[in-house]
Write a protein that binds this ligand. Structure first.
Ligand SMILES: C[S@@+](CC[C@H](N)C(=O)[O-])C[C@H]1O[C@@H](n2cnc3c(N)ncnc32)[C@H](O)[C@@H]1O
Length: 184
């Protein structure tokens, strides 16, 4: 009898913990909506490969993902030879997950994930910017990129285009852009 009540209490405690974790995860998923960003929908692996190919990663490249999710694109870019990768991600659980994945793949020395809004990201030194955000933030992202990123930086956007900017390349709904030279 004692064992049964012990098991019942243990099970109850476990379910409570699980539902607390699930609620925290779910509420964190809603935060991006208030920060003009999209919720976590990971890019599928086939598209990750496609985006890395389109980006033409070189060993000199410093790559950045604005809303890096579980870090899969950044890790793939490092595996493709990028020098350094940086992610901005607002969901603390995803930040921890990407740092853990980087450790597992022994790439942690070349990866930095900031748990902060990508609107605060410093774009001036990056060579490649990865995006997978909602159309409502694409206009503002375009303005930020054009203002801050260096000429010739490449942008690879999954799913949605940057408005009024003709892509250099388009494969389905993956778009490649290049920041133009600044006019004097
Ligand atoms: C569609 S997911 C893309 C994830 C990842 N880049 C990928 O392709 O697998 C968008 C991500 O952006 C994050 N996000 C949305 N708004 C953000 C903001 N303002 N600052 C930082 N991250 C944000 C979300 O938490 C989510 O993980």
């Amino acid at each position: 009898m004692e064992i049964i009540s012990f098991l019942a209490i243990f099970l109850l405690f476990f379910v409570l913990l699980l539902s607390l974790f699930a609620s925290w995860w779910f509420i964190s998923m809603l935060i991006p909506i208030f920060l003009k960003g999209g919720p976590f929908v990971p890019t599928n692996w086939q598209r990750v490969e496609q985006m890395i190919r389109i980006a033409h990663i070189t060993p000199q490249d410093h790559v950045i993902d604005l809303g890096s999710g579980d870090g899969r694109i950044l890790l793939a870019a490092l595996q493709a030879g990028a020098k350094k990768a940086e992610g901005y991600e607002i969901h603390r659980g995803l930040v921890s997950l990407s740092r853990w994945m980087a450790k597992k793949k022994k790439l942690e020395n070349r990866l930095t994930i900031y748990c902060r809004s990508f609107w605060k990201a410093d774009l001036k030194n990056c060579d490649v910017i990865f995006l997978y955000q909602l159309p409502l933030s694409m206009k503002l992202l375009k303005e930020k990129i054009l203002k801050e990123a260096k000429p010739s930086a490449r942008i690879v956007s999954n799913g949605f285009c940057l408005p009024d900017w003709i892509p250099q390349q388009k494969e389905g709904d993956i778009y490649l852009y290049q920041v133009p030279q600044k006019e004097n």
